[in-house]
Write a protein that binds this ligand. Structure first.
Ligand SMILES: Cc1cc2nc3c(=O)[nH]c(=O)nc-3n(C[C@H](O)[C@H](O)[C@H](O)COP(=O)(O)OP(=O)(O)OC[C@H]3O[C@@H](n4cnc5c(N)ncnc54)[C@H](O)[C@@H]3O)c2cc1C
Length: 205
């Protein structure tokens, strides 16, 4: 299974694999109550109740698990990895050469040329240092935070919703919000009942 959304000028988020889904949440809840679903509607009502219940019966959502691949600017990745409940592995600039790929924000045409010139000059220097025998892990120090990185993120639906709630908020950085919007779109596609209940009960608050 691969569902991909492009984000920013060169980034993307893709769902590489998943386990569970809405059915796993229902299973997690019904074992607690030793109940059986009488219809798909009853299961959907149960999920809606669970999403909006306070205090939250949150662990039932942990039975649905996603593995996302992400390509994003380093500064977005740095914010993302503050979300501790999940597993990450990231492309290493100790072991790999950095690709000449960086994010260019739109909306500032007067300074854009200077920005690009600066980024290109930093890559020129990086490549000169590596060619001169510098270790990649030291040469990377001259690169900027707009450089694209890639990582994989394995996260359960509960933690995904926590990230979505925080990073879709208008107070979150616009670039990070674009990834959260794309991930919400994928979430709606693959786990529609939970995602719809989450939008109605949490995001619309
Ligand atoms: C708009 C915005 C601005 C931010 N600005 C800054 C900033 O300037 N500087 C900065 O350092 N960070 C900043 N952050 C990061 C923020 O403080 C959180 O680290 C980040 O959003 C991860 O949230 P989280 O802890 O809920 O997620 P996770 O780490 O995934 O944790 C999920 C949940 O698990 C529980 N949990 C996890 N670990 C612990 C623990 N050790 N103790 C108790 N409960 C735990 C909590 O209930 C937590 O909500 C910002 C975040 C946002 C959204």
């Amino acid at each position: 299974m691969t569902v991909t959304r492009t984000v920013l000028d060169r980034g993307w988020i893709r769902l590489e694999d998943m386990m569970g889904g809405d059915g796993a949440v229902v299973r997690g809840a019904r074992i607690c109550y030793q109940s059986e679903g009488t219809s798909p509607d009853a299961d959907a009502r149960l999920i809606r109740r669970l999403v909006s219940s306070r205090p939250a019966h949150n662990t039932v959502f942990e039975h649905a698990v996603f593995r996302f691949g992400v390509k994003c600017p380093l500064f977005v990745g740095r914010q993302w990895m503050r979300h501790r409940i999940g597993s990450y592995n990231e492309r290493s600039l100790r072991y790999c050469l950095a690709d000449r790929e960086y994010y260019v924000p739109a909306g500032h045409p007067e300074q854009q040329e200077a920005y690009v010139r600066h980024m290109e000059a930093s890559f020129d220097l990086y490549e000169q240092l590596v060619a001169a025998g510098w270790k990649r892990e030291q040469a990377r120090g001259v690169l900027g935070l707009a450089v694209y990185t890639e990582f994989i993120w394995t996260v359960n639906a509960w933690s995904l919703m926590n990230w979505l709630e925080k990073r879709l908020d208008r107070g979150a950085q616009w670039e990070h919000r674009q990834y959260a919007k794309a991930a919400l779109d994928i979430f709606c596609e693959v786990m529609p009942i939970t995602a719809t209940a989450f939008k109605e009960a949490v995001l619309a608050r």
